[in-house]
Design a protein around this ligand. Sequence first.
Ligand SMILES: [Zn+2]
Length: 441
Amino acid sequence: MSSLDPGLFNKNYPILITNVNSSDKIIDIFIDEIGLIKDIGENISKKYDNEAILSIDAEGMVVLPGFVNLHTHAAMTLFRGYADDIAFNQWLFDKILPIEAVMTPNDVYIGTRLACLEMIRSGTTTFLDMYFFELDVAKAVRDMNMRAVLSSLYTDFGDSDIIDQRKKETEKYVQTVKSWNNNLITPGIGPHAVYSVTPQSMEWCRDFSHQYHVPIHIHMSETEKEVLDCQKTHQTTPTGLLYRHGLLTPETVAAHCCWISKGDCSILAKGGVHVAHNPVSNMKLTVGKTMPYQWLKDAKVNVGLGTDGCASNNNLDMMETMRIAAMVQRFSWNDRSLLPPQELLSLATHAGSRALGLSTGVLQIGKPADLILLKSSGGFPGKNGLSPEQMLTQSSGSRVDTTICNGRLLMLHEYVPGEEEIMNQASHAAEQLVRRVNQQF
Ligand SMILES: [Zn+2]
């Protein structure tokens, strides 16, 4: 497919998509020159034939909103497969933190571009990130034309000497990204977790979020040890501690929430917090418990889905995450009716978008055109190959044919311009990183 004109990509112009399956109806979609869905419905293509610069015949394909990955660390693609098969604390403190210590801003840029490529290929158009050198993450996302909320990692590990430096770094990052006026990229703040950020810093993050109107992104109650240590030190759960210091707000996304009680769910609901469920990461890192979806749903907490970083998943495939989320929740609650396909799709699209304060995640007139086309053929039953519902629980991101974000073509018929260069750069950077960390020990 490399015969496609690279000039078609990464810019706004009118696009017409015809004959595509949406909820078992065959429809057409017209995207205008500013990236919004101008029209959607049955037999509307003739009206826009002359206006469209590009027409995509999507016969045999299914259209869905682009996926929203609600928790990841994009640059960790460079650590895929590194330090697999060891316990959580050994993985984080003995392996991941030392290799991150030898990372350069350029490594973060290169790793993030690879992550964006993988997300585009598997149908994700928006993601929520947390990392250090987040400005280089933002530059990569800007170059790849994706939509993202990018949280600058904040840790102090109890060391008051570095707090001033952290505050300055965070402030500079947020001001720089805001000055770009790029409507696809929102800067955020990422206090890492209750064990890596002091209460004093938590309160600074809270005030900073209010002052600059930036979202908060935090890991919470991922492991039993985190909860037990927090109870010992602060006489409350991580949920209680974050509530005490004002970090549980409608602008907060809390990732994991595996070891939470029913009482914690009520506190999360009271704060208006959104939760990112990362089932593949939780199983890979063997945290011992799955996020209690039913309790959160009963408490009316908005839940979205995330992959987490590649070091704790090995891929960024939201369709795999959807399938595993459904299976692990059904298994955990012993209830096969839990998370039916439409609800699952909503978690991976609309709920994620809502958590980030965006208006994407639905296919509607006037909304930004963040959408994907999936191949539905392949030996499955159904009048048009695989039905949209089957698509969600029987597939992986390799079914994605075309990805459009904010009306801009990012992938067409599985072709992404510049793919080879991104992959070569990332392979080289990953090799060099492992060499550098090995030299230190
Ligand atoms: Zn994480």
